[in-house]
Design a protein around this ligand. Structure first.
Ligand SMILES: Nc1ncnc2c1ncn2[C@@H]1O[C@H](COP(=O)(O)OP(=O)(O)O)[C@@H](O)[C@H]1O
Ligand SMILES: [Mg+2]
Length: 254
């Protein structure tokens, strides 16, 4: 099993942006390839990464559900799982240094249990082929208990630079423990910090009891790239958010 990284935190804290930069870090500094998974129904990791989506697992889930229910013979006498293997292979988007799998949103009502079980099994098998997996998640915690894949080696809890935001981060850390989730290491990252962090922020961080990984400064370049629809992974190597974040990852992987 490869090393898996996931993110958690409120909406707008920078989960997707930092996932993108994590993927760049791993492809540049570690020997990739990386499996990037966009597990947020409001898919946008691909924009940060600068790749186009041509298929999602959500759409496949629809097909699989129909196939599970259908009694008609499948093409070429394929088993249900073979069919799904084949389909999900089609959903993998290949890019330089990484592959991207977009979960998307399953359309319509209905029970996806059968299809979801196959997805989970397949995802685990797929993840084995990559030394690293980075999963972007939606806000909230449901995704952690739903566990699209088996284990998470590193959970990045992202917070905005407010006391309340950091307290939320702390609660996420507690929940991970309470729910007995398969998370080996959780760390807190405070993003979008303006001119240093004050004492109140530092005290709040200490009170969370979550291992603190570091601050990422607010960076106008990120705003700029966003405004102009430029992929964030193309940030110059000396941009301040990128250098701070890469230093955090250097420490985490040391
Ligand atoms: N360090 C930063 N400096 C400036 N803007 C940032 C920074 N990190 C994220 N942003 C911006 O904040 C917004 C939310 O980021 P995003 O990564 O989409 O958050 P999430 O995935 O948690 O909802 C985006 O417009 C992004 O460009
Ligand atoms: Mg996001």
């Amino acid at each position: 099993m490869g090393y898996s990284i996931a993110v958690a935190g409120k909406g707008g804290t920078g989960k997707t942006s930092l996932c993108g930069l994590t993927i760049r870090y791993l492809t540049e500094k570690k020997r990739g390839p990386v499996l990037a998974v966009d597990a947020d129904a409001n898919t946008n990791l691909n924009e940060v990464l600068g790749v186009k989506i041509h298929a999602t697992v959500g759409a496949l889930r629809e097909d699989s559900l129909a196939a599970v229910k259908s009694t008609a013979p499948r093409p070429g006498g394929m088993s249900m799982e073979q069919l799904f293997d084949y389909q999900i292979q089609q959903a993998i988007i290949e890019a330089k240094g990484f592959d991207l799998l977009v979960m998307g949103r399953p359309e319509g009502a209905g029970c996806y249990c059968a299809a979801n079980n196959i997805i989970r099994k397949y995802m685990d098998r797929l993840a084995e082929k990559y030394p690293y997996m980075v999963m972007d998640n939606e806000a909230g915690l449901e995704h952690l208990s739903r566990r699209t894949t088996q284990d998470t080696d590193l959970l990045l809890i992202i917070s905005d630079p407010t006391v309340r935001g950091i307290m939320t981060g702390g609660r996420i850390g507690e929940l991970v423990k309470e729910l007995n989730l398969n998370v080996k290491r959780s760390v807190l990252i405070v993003n979008r910090v303006q001119d240093g962090a004050d004492g109140a922020l530092r005290q709040a961080i200490e009170r969370t009891g979550v291992e603190f990984a570091g601050f990422v400064p607010s960076d106008d370049l990120i705003f700029d790239y966003d405004l102009n629809g430029k992929p964030l992974v193309q940030l110059p190597a000396d941009s301040k958010a990128l250098t701070s974040y890469f230093a955090i990852l250097d420490r985490l992987f040391a």
